[in-house]
Design a protein around this ligand. Structure first.
Ligand code: NAI
Length: 209
C-alpha cells in the first residue's frame, strides 16, 4: 500500500513509463536521461523527474536513469512482480476478443475460465477454454484463488454478478459494462470504455478542423 498518497494522475502515467522503458530494454538501451525519456514519452523532463521522485527518484545526477532498474521498480510499484488469476464473464464478442489475446497472460494476468449465462454459449470452446455456466461462478472463484474478474456482459445484470463475486472474495474488477458498479471500499473497480475514448478522438478531430 506504499503508493496510497500518490495522486491518481501519477498512477495513470506509470503504465506508460513501464511500456516505454520496456521498449528501450528491447532495444538494449540501458541508460537514459530525463530529457531523452521526455523526447520519446512526450511528458516534460521536469514532469518525469517529479513523477519518479514520488517513489524515491531512481535517477542519478549526471547519469540519468538505469532503464532496467527503473523498469523493474515501476513494475513492482504497479504490482507486476505478482501473477494474477482472472476469470472472464460474458463470452460474447468482447469477451472472446479479450480471451483470445495472449498479451495479458504474458503480462501476468492469466484468464483461468470463461463464464456465460446463455445455455447456447455454455460448453463452447474458445481458445483453451470451455465456456462454463455462470451459475458455478462462486465455486470456481473460491477453489481457484481468483483475484480479478473481467466483466464483459451488458449493464443489466452486471451489478448482480458483481455482488456475487464480492461475496466470494474477488479483489478487483476490470469492468467493460457501461455502468458505475457499487462495491465495498476494499474492492477495486477499473472501468474501461472504448466509446469514451472514441468520443475523445472525435472531440480532438473537431478541434483540429
Ligand atoms: P455480446 O452480446 O456479444 O456478449 C455478451 C455475452 O454476455 C453474451 O454471450 C451473454 O449471454 C452474456 N451475458 C449476458 N448477461 C450475463 C450475465 N448476467 N451473466 C453471464 N453472462 C451474461 O456483447 P458484446 O459485444 O460482447 O458486449 C458485451 C458488453 O460489453 C456490452 O455491455 C457492451 O456494452 C460492452 N462493451 C463495452 C466496451 C467498452 O469499451 N467498455 C466495448 C464493447 C462492448
Amino acid at each position: 500500500m506504499g503508493s496510497k498518497n500518490i495522486s491518481m494522475a501519477v498512477i495513470r502515467r506509470l503504465p506508460k513509463y513501464h511500456r516505454y522503458l520496456g521498449d528501450l530494454l528491447d532495444k538494449d538501451i540501458q541508460r537514459i536521461s530525463s530529457k531523452e525519456l521526455s523526447d520519446i514519452i512526450g511528458f516534460t523532463a521536469s514532469q518525469i523527474r517529479q513523477d519518479l521522485n514520488n517513489f524515491g527518484g531512481f535517477g542519478q545526477q549526471g547519469y540519468g536513469y538505469n532503464v532496467g532498474a527503473l523498469h523493474n521498480e515501476i513494475g513492482k510499484i504497479l504490482g507486476l512482480d505478482k501473477k494474477y488469476n482472472a476469470i472472464l464473464i460474458g463470452a460474447g464478442n468482447l469477451g472472446q476478443a479479450i480471451a483470445n489475446y495472449s498479451g495479458f497472460k504474458r503480462a501476468g494476468f492469466e484468464v483461468k475460465a470463461l463464464f456465460d449465462a446463455n445455455p447456447r454459449m455454455i460448453g463452447l470452446k474458445i481458445r483453451d477454454f470451455e465456456v462454463l455456466d455462470s451459475e458455478s461462478l462462486e465455486d470456481f472463484v473460491k477453489e481457484n484463488e481468483i483475484d480479478i474478474a473481467m466483466l464483459c456482459i451488458p449493464k443489466n445484470g452486471a451489478q448482480n454478478i458483481v455482488d456475487r463475486l464480492v461475496n466470494v472474495g474477488i479483489k478487483g474488477i476490470w469492468n467493460f459494462a457501461p455502468i458505475d458498479l457499487e462495491v465495498p471500499k476494499n474492492i477495486i473497480v477499473e472501468n474501461v470504455n472504448l466509446k469514451e475514448s472514441l468520443f475523445t478522438l472525435s472531440y480532438l478531430m473537431k478541434e483540429n478542423e
